[in-house]
Every structure is written in structure tokens, then in C-alpha cells.
Design a protein around this ligand. Structure first.
Ligand SMILES: *Cc1c(COP(=O)(O)O)cnc(C)c1O
Length: 366
């Protein structure tokens, strides 16, 4: 049996007829930029998330950069974020001239609130909790921390968090702003780059809408310095179609996760946080900690099972050529010695998931 880590052609072939008709309809109308399809998608996603507003932008990285600008984060400001995240979270902070301060992660891959408490101070302007792998961080605790420091803001990097909830509230709706990525392999992916900003306070709506379109207001008049960071209308049309299926995509992922959760009986394995009364996990990824990870990875490859170590195997402070090396994060170092992602997407069958579990049991001699 072969279990690919991800099967990109299937993203299209799964609903190719629908996509072709969406493309034909949108293209033949001449609706390419900032048209009705985008307006509708933003409206539907806003309803789904129960947010104040949702603004489509070029990609998840631009969503972060524009959010930082909207929140007035700039030169010299300290920003707390986890070292276990995509480079984009930190590069966006660098891009606006601010200073990334890296924090530890917990065994469930979310940012450590203990470490946040140690590092937050009066110079901290912003915390970026990253709702990684489709699971919310401990946002309750992070919001409590915000209360203690005047002017401290929260921007959730929810690129991997769409559809996940904490206490029935959607990832990305806890902070002032949240960001999403529609990169093809994300839970809601388009056929190229795409992203969105979730706006949770009305006062930011106008500024963000202007920032993504050259600083222009709805009448086309320039009010502030902005840029071109618009979500393509065609991508929006496709995303609006896929949004209708998002609930089913997540159900499918949870079904696969439930099979993988059988690994919990192995003392050599730490599985992700299971769903419970507080956490509704949308399983963008299924990232575990494994004893003898490297040997296991090789074993699974021989068995035809594709796996991946997130971020090509390195947390941010482990990039030798960047200026983040001085952060000492032993818990994150340990995490990256053991972490591995099992195949997790909507194309995996129950039989394939069971084969993955069986193979891992075999490896540990069970
Ligand atoms: C994918 C991702 C991003 C960036 O999204 P792009 O759309 O690829 O720019 C940012 N942060 C995290 C945690 C991601 O996984």
C-alpha cells in the first residue's frame, strides 16, 4: 500500500467539473479583480467565523504584514512569537522593522504560556500566537496576559487554524486581528496563493481594506500609503465553493485523526491534543512526537508511507544564517528531535490510516 503525504493533482481532480464551470463563469464575465465573487466569499467567510470582517489578500504572509502595519507595529517594537512556526511569521515582523522575540512550544505544538509570561514586559507591543496544525493556542490565558499590559495587542497567525475552535469560538477571532492562508495544501486551499485578514475590531476595517488596495478608499481616492495585495477574484470564486464543503473536509480529517489516535497507547508516542469540550481541532496536520523519530521515518518510507518534519526540520532559532540563533529554547530543540507529521488530508482512506497505525505499531514491536 502507498500512502502519499500529500497528493496535489487530487486537489483539482476531486471536483474538476465544478472548478471548470466556476472558471468559465467568472472568466467569461470579465470578473478578475475585486469583483462580486470576492465580496461574496468575504461575506460568507465572515459569517462562518462570526467575525466583524474578513478581507481577502494576496497570501498568508501579506496578511501578516498588512496586519502588523494596521496595528502600528514598527521599528524597534518587541513582538513575541513561537520558534515553532513558519518563517513567514517572523519575516513579517522583520519586514516592518520590529524585533521578533522567540518563545518555546508545548508538546501539543502550541506556544508556551509559561514562556510568554517570562518574556512579556512593557516593551512588548504584540503577541503572535500561531494556531498551528489546526489547533487553537491557549488563547484564554493569552487574552488574560493582554489585560495586564497596557496597549499590548494580539495577532493570531491562523494560517493553519481555519475551522478550529476554542470554547466554540473560532481560531483567528480572539485577537485584534487574525490571518489565514489559502495555500493549496491548507485546510481551505485555492489553486495558487491567497490569504485573508480576520478583523475583530471595527476600527481596523477601513485601514485594512485600504492597505490591500494602494491606500485607496471605496471611492478610489488615496488616503494612506498602501500596496497591491488583493485576493484574486477567480481564487475567491473557487474558495467560496470550497467553503461550503469545509465542514465535510474537517469531519474527514477528524475521522482520520481518530484512527491515528490509537497510537496513544504507545509510550514512545505523544499524539496531538484530542478533541474535548474546549478544543475543536480541525487537524490541518497530525504532528506527533516519536521516540527514535529518524529511524521510524525511514521505516515508514520503506513501507510506502510519506511523512514530513514540519518546516523542513528546523524551528526559527535553528536557522544558522539568521539573527535568531541566540535564543535558547531547549524544549523546542527537543520537540524538533522527535516531531513528525503523518499524512493528513481529505484523500486518505480509513484503510490507509489503519495501515499507517499498523506500521507504527510494528516498528515499536507491538
Ligand atoms: C502557510 C503559513 C503561513 C504563510 O502563508 P502563505 O499563504 O504561504 O504566505 C504563515 N504562517 C503559518 C503558520 C503557515 O503555516
Amino acid at each position: 500500500m502507498i500512502v502519499k503525504f500529500f497528493d496535489y493533482p487530487k486537489l483539482y481532480s476531486e471536483h474538476s467539473k465544478d472548478y471548470e464551470s466556476i472558471l468559465k463563469k467568472t472568466l467569461s464575465k470579465g470578473s478578475y479583480i475585486l469583483q462580486n465573487e470576492l465580496v461574496k466569499f468575504e461575506e460568507n467567510l465572515k459569517k462562518y467565523l462570526d467575525a466583524q470582517d474578513v478581507v481577502g489578500v494576496a497570501d498568508g504572509t501579506n496578511a501578516l504584514i498588512l496586519s502588523l502595519i494596521a496595528l502600528d507595529i514598527s521599528h524597534g517594537d518587541e513582538v513575541l512569537l513561537p520558534s515553532h512556526t513558519y518563517i513567514a511569521t517572523a519575516s513579517a515582523v522583520k519586514f516592518v522593522g520590529a524585533k521578533p522575540i522567540l518563545c518555546e512550544c508545548n508538546e501539543d505544538s502550541s506556544i508556551s504560556v509559561d514562556d510568554l509570561k517570562k518574556k512579556v514586559n512593557s516593551k512588548t507591543k504584540l503577541i503572535i500566537p500561531v494556531n498551528l496544525n489546526g489547533k487553537c493556542c491557549d488563547l484564554d490565558m493569552i487574552l488574560q496576559l493582554r489585560k495586564k499590559f497596557k496597549g499590548l495587542k494580539i495577532l493570531e497567525d491562523s494560517a493553519q487554524g481555519l475551522g478550529s475552535r476554542l470554547n466554540d469560538k473560532h481560531a483567528g477571532t480572539f485577537g485584534e486581528l487574525g490571518t489565514i492562508s489559502f495555500y493549496p495544501a491548507k485546510t481551505l486551499g485555492c489553486f495558487g496563493d491567497g490569504g485573508a485578514i480576520i478583523v475583530n475590531e471595527k476600527k481596523y476595517i477601513k485601514k485594512i481594506r485600504m492597505l490591500r488596495d494602494h491606500g485607496r478608499n471605496t471611492k478610489g481616492s488615496v488616503e494612506i500609503w498602501g500596496t497591491n495585495s488583493r485576493l484574486d477574484n477567480i481564487q475567491a470564486a473557487i474558495l467560496d465553493f470550497k467553503l461550503k464543503n469545509l465542514g465535510n473536509y474537517i469531519k474527514k480529517r477528524q475521522q482520520i485523526a481518530k484512527i491515528y489516535d490509537q497510537l496513544d497507547i504507545l509510550k514512545e508516542v505523544t499524539i496531538p491534543q484530542k478533541n474535548n469540550d474546549r478544543y475543536f481541532n480541525s487537524y490541518q496536520n497530525y504532528e506527533c512526537l516519536f521516540k527514535n523519530r529518524n529511524k521510524l521515518k525511514k521505516y515508514l518510507t520503506k513501507k510506502g508511507i510519506g511523512t514530513m518534519i514540519q518546516w523542513n526540520g528546523k524551528a526559527l532559532h535553528q536557522f544558522d544564517k539568521l539573527d535568531l540563533k541566540h535564543f535558547s529554547l531547549p524544549r523546542t530543540d527537543l520537540f524538533f528531535k522527535k516531531s513528525l507529521m503523518l499524512p493528513m488530508n481529505t484523500f486518505i482512506t480509513n484503510a490507509q490510516a489503519k495501515y499507517v497505525v499498523k506500521s507504527i505499531f510494528e516498528f515499536y514491536g507491538l
